[in-house]
Write a protein of this length. Structure first.
Length: 453
């Protein structure tokens, strides 16, 4: 596969569908001395936490090279750029605003708009300031209120220059992976802490929504969740029940409070000491109407029964990605059509992340990643199938614009469509970037003709 194409009648080719690329602050920015330390700085400094013992202090030096990166985005032919703001680059430990840090984002947004590129902002992509972690982090209810104050700083500064504001990116990761499984910062392993962190993340979202609406009334406001269809390892009743438990625990635990003001019934199966504390009125705050739902999709998950609970079964059959994940594009169609049937009030969707890590090599200043081109081809067709099946999807963001710091994997996994040499900071457009660029530019050139049909 060396090129990307879609059926001529596909909604993805119309002018009301949005294409973009995405990044996040800690993974690309660098310039750590110009912001407050985050929980990921602390986590990286703990031996054994990051597979290659690296950190995010330099990353892609985006703070230094952002003008070049904006030029790359512009040349790709996309409509939009999704990026996150580093809380600790905007709000100092004493509560004052870091004017230099805030100005960076103002300048970035202005440059995007000057190049005809929409700005899509995520306020929280996992990099909690360490000064808040020192007060309990997401286990402290006050962190949700501090988040609303931070949202006000950003909303006041950027207002309606932003097309969409997403409050939280993947609360599953900041709760389950971070406080329950211990894989992500701050690295705790406690079920009740995972459930409590999840609740406070959702509360933070709810508290920030009216603040953002006040300062950016013409923007769209929502949240980004990650989803994977949960399949049973066998057809046994126990494994099917385990897969349904996993669906409720990993998928619906975050979506159902937003859309139905309640946690899944699975909550009652938890030991009382593992259940989160929920204050009166919390669910009403959390469940305010969403303008959009951001969906991040990478693969499916398989589960087997274990002690009346569930345990994941890692895939072994090739081809697998560098992350060890199965390539399963039909899972995107499966999970979104299922959610569309389950929730009558499912908001319009943006696919806010979709992409793949492969072991890319530079040969004669080129990176040939045909497998990634095929991945994008298959997943764009899956988005097309979702829309054909009646799911309202209004945009798609490729993850990621740049190779970057891949959290607990360090720099060992490359998701970018643009290769980054982390020593020289040279950017090289991979074959996938060139294929997507050709697809996006061709789509733009065809828009008047397509719309006339």
């Amino acid at each position: 596969m060396t090129q990307i194409s879609l059926p001529k009648h596909s909604k993805l080719l119309s002018s009301d569908f949005l294409f973009g690329v995405a990044t996040s602050s800690f993974q690309i920015e660098g310039a750590a001395a110009q912001r407050e330390p985050s929980i990921w700085d602390t986590f990286c400094a703990e031996p054994g936490r990051i597979k290659d013992s690296s950190n995010g202090l330099v990353a892609c030096e985006h703070i230094k090279h952002w003008r070049e990166d904006v030029q790359i985005i512009g040349k790709l032919g996309v409509d939009a750029y999704r990026f996150s703001i580093a809380w600790g680059r905007v709000v100092n430990a004493d509560g004052s605003v870091n004017r230099q840090g805030l100005q960076f984002y103002i300048d970035l947004v202005d440059a995007l708009l000057a190049n005809g590129i929409q700005a899509h902002v995520t306020l929280y992509h996992w990099d909690l300031p360490q000064y808040l972690q020192d007060q309990g982090g997401w286990l402290n209810r006050e962190t949700a209120y501090r988040f609303a104050e931070y949202a006000e700083v950003v909303g006041r500064a950027l207002g309606d220059k932003i097309t969409t504001y997403a409050t939280i990116n993947e609360p599953f990761c900041s709760a389950y992976l971070s406080y329950e499984a211990g894989i992500h910062a701050p690295g705790h392993k406690n079920r009740r802490e995972g459930r409590q962190a999840a609740h406070h993340l959702l509360l933070a979202h709810g508290l920030a929504m009216p603040v953002l609406r006040k300062h950016a009334p013409r923007a769209q406001h929502g949240i980004v969740l990650n989803f994977s269809p949960c399949h049973p390892a066998t057809d046994s009743e126990a494994d099917r029940r385990a897969a349904m438990q996993a669906h409720n625990y990993h998928n619906l635990w975050y979506l159902q409070p937003l859309l139905s003001a309640s946690y899944p019934d699975l909550l009652q199966q938890l030991q009382v000491e593992d259940q989160p504390s929920v204050a009166a009125g919390d669910m009403a705050i959390i469940s305010q109407p969403l303008d959009f739902l951001g969906v991040n999709y990478y693969t499916r998950t398989v589960f087997r029964a274990k002690n009346d609970w569930f345990s994941d079964v890692p895939p072994t059959a090739p081809p697998l990605t560098s992350m060890g994940w199965e390539i399963y594009p039909q899972g995107l169609t499966e999970i979104l059509t299922d959610l569309n049937r389950s929730f009558a009030n499912l908001p319009p969707i943006y696919i806010t992340e979709n992409g793949v890590a492969f072991p890319d090599k530079v040969i004669k200043n080129s990176v040939h990643d045909d497998a990634r081109i095929d991945y994008y081809q298959q997943h764009l067709l899956a988005v097309h199938d979702c829309i054909e099946a009646g799911v309202e999807i209004n945009g798609y963001f490729a993850w990621s614009l740049l190779d970057n710091f891949e959290w607990a994997e360090g720099y060992s996994k490359r998701f970018g469509i643009v290769y980054v040499d982390f020593d020289s900071q040279q950017r090289i457009l991979k074959s996938s970037a060139l294929a997507l660029q050709a697809f996006w530019l061709d789509r733009k050139s065809q828009l008047p003709a397509v719309e006339a049909l």
